[in-house]
Write a protein that binds this ligand. Structure first.
Ligand SMILES: [Fe+2]
Ligand SMILES: [Fe+2]
Length: 173
């Protein structure tokens, strides 16, 4: 079963998956599973989380949910660990650099429309300065941060839940 953080639904059974399956199953995206992201998860899981919540929110508001999901899956398509990155002279900070790298990698591997490219390039706004052009690009700015918070808090929440359950069992025995 594959699910997004904070959700118990099997993603493979959802219409959402039909929108992203070709990209998700590609070697370029699967490779993201080799990289740790937000301490406790992988870049692949984070990308899936962002794609999923992008889709849910854009679908709710009648925005382009398919492009939002696809771009969400590709928004962090880069292959280095943030802490190991060697910053060359004239290169921007990681926050401003990786969205450009991600869109270049995505364009090389897949067909992207203008909306999807804007979603990827602007996902770190306001750190990337240029204003997002589309509503869906503003959605990812929020969703990316929301997922990061869930990913960082989720293992701690699981530990607390385990402790509470353990205590309950001890009390009742
Ligand atoms: Fe990012
Ligand atoms: Fe991200």
């Amino acid at each position: 079963m594959i699910s997004a953080v904070g959700s118990k639904k099997n993603i493979l059974d959802l219409p959402f998956y039909n929108c992203i399956s070709d990209i998700f199953e590609s070697k370029e995206v699967q490779k993201l599973g080799d990289f740790t992201h937000h301490i406790y998860t992988t870049r692949l899981q984070h990308s899936l989380n962002v794609a999923y919540y992008n889709y849910i929110i854009c679908n709710f508001f009648g925005f382009n949910a398919v492009s939002a999901a696809r771009a969400g899956l590709m928004h962090d398509l880069f292959y280095y660990n943030r802490k190991e990155r060697i910053k060359h002279k004239g290169e921007k900070s990681h926050c401003a650099h990786h969205p450009v790298l991600a869109v270049e990698n995505a364009r090389e591997a897949f067909d992207l429309n203008i909306l999807e490219q804007d979603i990827i390039v602007k996902h770190m706004w306001p750190m990337t300065l240029k204003l997002p052009k589309y509503k869906e690009s503003y959605v990812i700015v929020f969703v990316d941060k929301y997922c990061a918070i869930l990913e960082i808090l989720s293992p701690k929440y699981q530990k607390i839940k385990k402790r509470i359950t353990k205590n309950k069992v001890q009390i009742s025995t």
